[in-house]
Structures are given as C-alpha cells and as structure tokens.
Design a protein around this ligand. Structure first.
Ligand SMILES: C[S@@+](CC[C@H](N)C(=O)[O-])C[C@H]1O[C@@H](n2cnc3c(N)ncnc32)[C@H](O)[C@@H]1O
Length: 262
C-alpha cells in the first residue's frame, strides 16, 4: 500500500513472528548450561567504560520512585524487576535504606506482581526515610548498625521469615559481616544482590556530576571483599549471568553481584 508520508524508518520486523519466538528465546538464555558461573571464574571488567558510567551515574543520582530518591541505575532496576518476577521472594532484606525509595519500589513491584512479600530495610539512621515509604504496611524499616547485624535481625526472627529470600547489600562498609551472618540462614534458591560492586563506583554520591567534585572511584574495594567472602564459602554462591549480563558482560553497577545460593 502506498503511503503519502516519508518512509522514515527501516524497521522490517515481522512482529507476529518475533513475538511468537519470544518465550523460546528467553528459555534458551535461562537454560544455558553456562548460566551459573563461579565467582572466581568471572572477570573484574565490564563492557561499560568509566566514561559510560559517568553518564549512567548522572541518571542514577537523580532517580526517584514516587518522588523519593532511589539510588539504582536503570540497568539494575530492570534486572531486579526481572529477578523479582522470576524469584517471587517472600522476604526481601535491604541493607542500607537511605530515603526509603528503594524499599518502596521493591514493595510496590511485588504488590503489582500480586505477591505477598515483606521488605525489611536496615539503616543506621532512618531520619531520611520519607513518610510515604514509612506508611507502606509491607515494609519494616529497622534502625540499626550493620556491624552488629545479629541485633538488627535476631536468629529467632530470621528463622521465621519465609523463603525464598532476596538480600540486597547496599551499605558497603560491613558487607562481609552481613553476608557471613546471613549465610547461616540462606537456603538453596535464595538470591543475593551485591550492589555497587564496580571499579567505577564514585566514593561520594554525585561525583562526576559537578565539575568541582571530580570523579574518584572506590576501585576494587567491594570486589575484593566479595572474593574474601566467596573464598570462605566455596561452591555456595554462583553468579547468575542471566541477570548479571542482561545487557552485556557486567553492564550494571553490580559487577558479578547477582548470586544464587545453590
Ligand atoms: C547507598 S545508601 C543506600 C541506598 C538505597 N539502598 C537505595 O538503593 O536507594 C547507603 C546507606 O547505608 C547506610 N549506612 C551506612 N553505614 C551503615 C551501618 N553501619 N549500618 C547500617 N546502615 C548504614 C547509610 O546511612 C545510607 O543510607
């Protein structure tokens, strides 16, 4: 059929065919024998360069959910959105609540998916958590110090929380105290997301956005801590490359940070 306007696009996709093969294509990726990889077999590198990350940081440090700051990159939000749908966690732990935007996003997504999930979000200082997040009945904000994680999450309570679990480690300083403690309670099939495990993460939020702030990265601090933890718990955690490499090798802020407890 002749169209009077300009032929502006060269898209000749047969969307009916493309759609028909969608489930199969996803299944091929999910059933790939090389999907689950030992942490030590992964490289500390990403297809995203430091320059790419400066741009991504600009978005990450301006991201909000329902008007509340949520400090995650666009890649990680989409990766997590898929992980949440696939895993359907009954319990989510977030270490590092900040403004509560992330806990609210996690809770809202699970509600929209139609699942009953409770989010426990820990921070040493909850004064920045916004009222909208505090009002959510599926979120419990806990004020406590991750260096004393067993006080924040006593054993008798943890044992009662339903699995599968998703733990998001976003506090950074005491990561291995947190992971060593939760390791005792994880069961096969639970997931961990170690956030900001990248050579590119800015030491101060906002770096790279303002000329005078510069852009200083924290280098391999978090990746080194991850190696220490993994070496103490060999063969317990596998990097799930379906999520980790969703957009290409470590194209996320969470390099080699999406783990399945096997
Ligand atoms: C990167 S922010 C968390 C961002 C949030 N998860 C998000 O995605 O929007 C890190 C948080 O860790 C908290 N924090 C720092 N030291 C802590 C500690 N020892 N125990 C608990 N929380 C701590 C800080 O107060 C800060 O709010």
């Amino acid at each position: 059929m002749e169209h009077s306007g300009h032929n502006v696009a060269a898209d000749v996709t047969d969307y009916k065919e493309w759609s028909k093969s969608f489930d199969k294509r996803v299944e091929v990726l999910k059933s790939d024998k090389r999907r689950f990889v030992k942490f030590e077999d992964r490289k500390d590198e990403s297809i995203l360069t430091l320059e790419n990350n400066k741009g991504i940081s600009k978005g990450k440090y301006h991201t909000t959910w329902r008007g509340i700051e949520l400090v995650k990159s666009s890649e990680d939000l989409i990766i997590l959105q898929h992980l949440l749908w696939d895993l359907k966690p009954a319990t989510i732990f977030e270490i590092g609540a900040y403004a509560g935007g992330s806990a609210l996003w996690l809770s809202d997504i699970m509600k929209m998916y139609g699942y009953k999930t409770h989010v426990y979000s820990l921070d040493i200082d909850l004064s920045l958590v916004r009222d909208l997040a505090k009002k959510d009945e599926n979120i419990s904000f806990i004020e406590g110090d991750a260096s004393n994680i067993e006080s924040a999450f006593p054993e008798h309570l943890l044992k009662a929380y339903p699995h599968p679990w998703l733990l998001l480690e976003d506090e950074h300083h005491h990561m291995n105290i947190t992971l060593d403690y939760f390791d005792k309670f994880f069961v096969s099939g639970d997931y961990v997301c170690v956030e900001d495990a990248t050579l590119h993460c800015a030491t101060v939020c906002g770096m790279g956005l303002l000329e005078d702030m510069g852009y200083e990265t924290w280098g391999d601090a978090k990746l080194t801590a991850m190696k220490e933890f993994i070496s103490k718990h060999p063969d317990r955690y596998m990097v799930d490359t379906y999520y980790n490499d969703f957009y290409g090798y470590n194209a996320s802020c969470n390099w080699n940070g999406y783990w399945k407890r096997v």
